[in-house]
Write a protein that binds this ligand. Structure first.
Ligand SMILES: [Zn+2]
Length: 167
């Protein structure tokens, strides 16, 4: 093994060690437990719009109710489709009973769960989210992406400052 390969191997090990030790990023860790160079290479080649959508999906920083509740844009963090759990991308793509038929049509399974979602390539997750819509379940994710700043839609187009105050 040459020195370049050894450095690359060490780099991946170090990233995995640091990722494992981070106490935050709960939602992202459900999608990504270890560094995956192939997925990373896929992500950096995406258009800015698709990358933003993917990052929102993986991190939970999107227009679903849990995040909007954290931003104090709504006071109900529950899924508006089933009302059973917090409205997160993990819930929406993995276990929402209200769209189980759609999940089955697309993924071949009614419930993916975190383990199932990790097995899907990010391109597949993006394709599902961008699929022409029946109902509004995936539009809610795309909405924030298409309109620019997430808060723009909730605030009538006004852009919030980093401290959350409306300019
Ligand atoms: Zn639901």
């Amino acid at each position: 093994m040459n020195i370049k390969c050894k450095i690359s191997q060490w780099s991946v090990q170090e990233q995995n060690r640091q990722w494992h030790n981070i106490k935050s990023c709960h939602q992202t860790k459900q999608f990504m437990q270890v560094v995956n160079i192939r997925l990373r290479q896929y992500a950096v080649r995406l258009s800015r719009k698709d990358l933003r959508l993917l990052v929102g999906l993986l991190t939970g920083h999107n227009t679903l109710n849990r995040h909007l509740t954290l931003l104090r844009r709504t006071d109900d963090p529950l899924c508006p489709l089933c009302g059973e759990e917090e409205d997160t991308s993990l819930h929406l793509l993995g276990i929402c009973c209200a769209i189980a038929e759609k999940l089955c049509e697309f993924f071949g399974r009614y419930f993916l769960g975190p383990g199932g979602l990790r097995q899907e390539h990010w391109s597949t997750l993006l394709r599902f989210v961008k699929k022409p819509v029946e109902g509004f379940y995936n539009l809610r994710l795309i909405r924030g992406c298409a309109l620019g700043p997430l808060e723009a839609s909730a605030l009538g187009g006004k852009t919030p400052a980093p401290n959350g105050k409306v300019r």
